[in-house]
Design a protein. Structure first.
Lengths: 234, 293
């Protein structure tokens, strides 16, 4: 479904990704784990077009992502829940969700998509008229995921959904990811919370210093010594 | 003695009403400027000159082409809307990532270009539509019909903008882009397109203001100077980019001008309003309704 081939990317003179190869197949849930500053967020931004790679190619269902203008990438079926959620704090929950359905195909099915998201997150229905910035972190994360789901994506990119949330809420967010998976879209999730994310995904890549160090199924990674020592603290 | 107070009260009431009528028009002007600033983060110093061009548009459509006032108004509004979009594409868009002072200087340059253009193209004569609307007499009070019309149209214009901003996808995107412009692409929004739409909307508001001002004032190339600075002060007083603040500040300013004018000359009303502005800048430098961060 999604394929990255030897992607290099950076900000100005700073190089963040080196020859990244990554593949996500339809129906899978794939994780990208790694320490702070490994380039995980850059990887997500390169896929959704917020920054463009300096080298390499990206394709989504055979279509060239790099040849697509950034604001048209969502029409390829890629929805990105950015790091720190990035809701519009002074818009209501409903207006935030409305922005997620901006593209023509989703706009035509706005009522249906809204009902779907409200069904998935009844809390959002209760808070539909509340300003997004006044909600708790967990609720904001729900709203951000809901906003991405409004476009009925084939591939959902989740960037650190557990960041800045209380442990109990982190648990809820990962439960949520499981529920979303059951509902359809393929998921690519970036996380520092290695232990938790490996419970949710089928397989994962380990990204260190901008390069893929290793990859494998969740079970393999949980059993691997490198991961155990560096990320699981056992 | 008692008759003196009766007359005085009537004048006071008339001044308060006239202040409200003026406030509506100033609020309309402030809304356009605030929209551009709030969304694109650029100050159109030449905003009042767009209004001036719109007033000339009305003058020529009515006096030269013989259109009725109500037929000319939509054309003038569209003309200034197109001018707003053009201003964005030609001047603002290339400078979007430039330093704010450069953007300010560029739109300041447009101000002089438009003034000079009007002087060369239309001459420096004072012109008017030749439409004189009657005075409305309410008891002992006299209210200008053109001011009432302007007030009503300004309110309707503001309500239409409000509905557009809250009910449509494009309007919601305009509000969203003011809060986080980097992630708009993730929503499938082409930020460049939204900026052009916003600029055209700001221009349309200037066009509407032009249609209403031309009923009350003669047009000449420097007419923008008589309401441009005050519009700018109102926006700053309300907090640049804050729509509600601008609305409140417009009525506050208009009442000060109108009531100040009652107690002495109209010019003193302006002096009082500007003095009030300076004092407020010390008390609430971020504007009347500044958001607490």
């Amino acid at each position: 479904m999604l394929e990255l081939k030897s992607v290099d990317a950076g900000y100005g003179s700073f190089h963040a990704l080196f020859g990244v190869n990554l593949e996500v197949k339809a129906g899978e849930a794939v994780g990208v784990i790694g320490p702070n500053g490994a380039g995980k967020t850059t990887l997500m931004r390169v896929i959704s077009g917020l920054i463009r790679p300096t080298k390499g190619s990206i394709s989504m269902e055979g279509r060239d992502v790099l040849a697509t203008p950034a604001h048209k990438i969502v029409e390829l079926g890629i929805a990105h829940v950015p790091e720190n959620r990035r809701l519009f704090p002074r818009l209501t929950v409903e207006d935030n969700l409305k922005m997620g359905a901006y593209m023509p195909a989703a706009r035509a099915r706005y009522a249906e998509r809204l009902a779907f998201v409200f069904d998935l997150f009844p809390r959002m229905k209760e808070r539909r008229h509340q300003l997004a910035g006044t909600m708790s972190g967990g609720e904001q994360q729900m709203c951000a995921i809901g906003r991405a789901l409004m476009s009925d994506p084939k591939l959902l990119l989740l960037d650190e959904p557990s960041a800045g949330l209380a442990p109990v809420v982190v648990q809820q967010v990962f439960e949520l990811v499981k529920r979303i998976r059951a509902g359809g879209p393929t998921v690519l999730i970036v996380e520092q919370n290695v232990q938790q994310v490996l419970q949710v995904v089928d397989r994962a890549y380990l990204l260190e210093a901008g390069a893929i160090r290793t990859s494998g199924s969740s079970a393999e990674l949980l059993a691997s010594d490198t991961i155990k020592q560096a990320y699981l603290g056992v | 003695m008692s008759s003196f107070f009766e007359i005085f009260d009537i004048y006071l009431l008339e001044a308060v009403l006239n202040g409200i009528l003026l406030g509506g028009l100033l609020a309309l002007l402030a809304l356009g400027l605030n929209l551009i600033f709030g969304v694109i983060d650029v100050t159109w110093i030449c905003y009042a000159e767009l209004v001036m061009i719109g007033m000339y548009g009305m003058y020529y459509l009515v006096q030269y082409y013989g259109l009725s006032y109500y037929a000319a108004a939509p054309i003038a509004i569209l003309l200034v809307a197109a001018l707003g979009a053009l201003l964005h594409l030609l001047v603002i868009a290339p400078l979007l990532s430039a330093a704010p002072i450069n953007q300010l200087l560029a739109t300041g340059g447009v101000l002089f270009v438009l003034q000079s253009f009007a002087t060369v193209a239309f001459g420096i004569d004072f012109r008017n539509l030749g439409i004189r609307l009657p005075l409305l007499t309410l008891g002992d009070m006299h209210l200008s019909y053109s001011r009432l019309l302007a007030f009503a149209a300004a309110l309707i214009g503001m309500v239409v903008v409000y509905l557009f901003m809250t009910r449509t996808f494009t309007g919601t995107a305009i509000r969203a882009i003011a809060q986080d412009r980097q992630i708009m692409a993730l929503m499938g929004v082409d930020a460049k397109k939204i900026y052009v739409v916003t600029s055209a909307l700001g221009g349309a508001l200037a066009g509407l203001a032009a249609c209403l001002l031309v009923l009350q004032y003669d047009v000449h190339p420097f007419v923008g100077l008589s309401f441009g600075p005050i519009t700018f002060l109102i926006c700053v007083l309300g907090g640049l980019g804050n729509f509600v603040g601008g609305f409140v500040a417009a009525f506050l300013f208009a009442e000060i001008i109108s009531l100040g004018g009652l107690f002495s000359d109209l010019e003193w009303g302006y002096v009082l309003a500007f003095a009030f502005f300076i004092v407020m800048m010390f008390i609430r430098p971020a504007g009347l309704l500044a958001r607490r961060s």
